[in-house]
Design a binder for this molecule. Sequence first.
Ligand code: SF4
Ligand code: SF4
Length: 252
Amino acid sequence: MEIVVDSKLSINLDNNYYLKIVNNVKEITINSIDIRNLNLYNILKKEKLILRIDFNSFDKKQYKKILKRLLFIKKIISKNGIGIMENSKFLLGYIINYNQDSKEQNDFILAINVIFYKTRYERYNYIYDTVCDYLDNFFYGKNLCDFKDNKCGEKKGTTSVMGCCRHYKYKLLGPLYSKLVNCEHLTKEYKCGAKCISCKLYTCDYLRKKGIVFKIKDILLLDVFFRPLQKYYIKYMVYTPKEKVIKRLMIT
Ligand code: SF4
Ligand code: SF4
């Protein structure tokens, strides 16, 4: 999902929710609750939960804690209903001091969007696609791997082609009889047919020397919604199609 502010200064989320942008707290006429102060005691007293998110009142170091608390509370109170119906959509809350150019703030809003999916599978599927899109866009059209004649920068001066889309295939007789083959998910057009998030997150020494590295703890959606073992699988299930990765995450 791309964050788009419409003419009514609102941001539409999935599942029929939306957030309204205001300039200051005085513009909010409904009884709302500061997202930093969510706890069971103060929300159970309310019939409906309307959030107030003032981006000047907390910094990105607090994002994870706030989002985890919102996820917990949403699970508990979702039967009461969250947001109020306005124009056939649910107003989920207000945002103040929003900077549309801030990647961190937009990631925070995307994480709120994730929280309001109904099922864990929907959440994982959305996060998976969103992070893959981000990584694809990061590389798109830049040739950061410096491919030339099918050889990337890391493999320059070797006979190896296809970058890191190759792996050893072991024969029945053991590792000594292995051979290097193209990944079975590499298409004829030299594209990945597997949408493997672990491969997309991988950067070799060549890219690291250029300062390109992706850490799960730096990607808010991955950091907030997955447990350590799930993060391990996200990082290391290379050469694996999306469906298999998500299946593993669901049972972990
Ligand atoms: S990540 Fe490294 S090894 Fe893989 S294609 Fe890019 S430069 Fe080559
Ligand atoms: S699964 Fe990984 S190694 Fe295989 S084609 Fe896709 S990106 Fe390349």
